[in-house]
Design a protein around this ligand. Sequence first.
Ligand code: NDP
Length: 241
Amino acid sequence: MGKVALVTGGTRGIGAAISTALKKAGYSVAANYAGNDDAAAKFTDETGIPTYKWSVADYDACIDGIGSVEAELGPVEILVNNAGITRDAMFHKMKPEQWRDVIDTNLSGMFNMTHPVWSGMRDRKFGRIINISSINGQKGQMGQANYSAAKAGDLGFTKALAQEGAFKGITVNAICPGYIGTEMVRAIDDDILNSKIIPQIPVGRLGEPDEIARIVVFLASDDAGFITGSTISANGGQYVI
Ligand code: NDP
């Protein structure tokens, strides 16, 4: 059996591509999801990857969920914090619950998932934490004050934790995807996608989930042992820093 990799939001979109790519690379993969049982069942049928349902926004549920994964597969050695949501609104119309839902899932979710696996990784002197942030956490995006704040927070979290984990053999890195063709992006009105978003992407297309998954596989590998605290942008040239 390969090392155990847990992917949050691992049953759909980018997360499904990550789970599948890690399995193909030889890892023993567990895919978490929040509530879409049909998508999760279809994913397991197609890939053979077991799925585990809990919300990353709930700390106690994360402890229980990780406990189930570890009881069945073994200690989590690679954690991919991928689960994320959008609740877009211009700030003057943004409701407190839209702010809270996004912060709880996209930012606190990283704490809730990483904290329970951290001590075990320290004890074993090996770990890989890979956090999926966003281009919009780097540059800010109107209509997404909540999402941009959470995703920028993910980058600060990554950099701080990388410094704490380095001498214990744990690397912590972030990936900032640009626009990737998943349901999250396909939900955007076609006119806006074609007239406003794609023209801003120099390569002239949306990214593919596999293009993010391949970065994850690299960061999880022994070859990436000297990379920690890094942010890898994959955005087709849309935002160059
Ligand atoms: P999708 O909406 O396609 O899939 C989201 C996944 O996250 C689903 O598996 C969903 O579970 C799960 N999820 C949502 N909320 C929770 C929760 N509270 N607890 C556990 N799982 C949860 O998203 P994408 O694949 O598009 O996005 C994946 C990540 O990449 C997100 O963090 C997103 O912010 C980021 N990203 C995406 C970009 C894009 O262009 N698509 C661009 C930049 C960043 P369920 O199926 O049960 O709903």
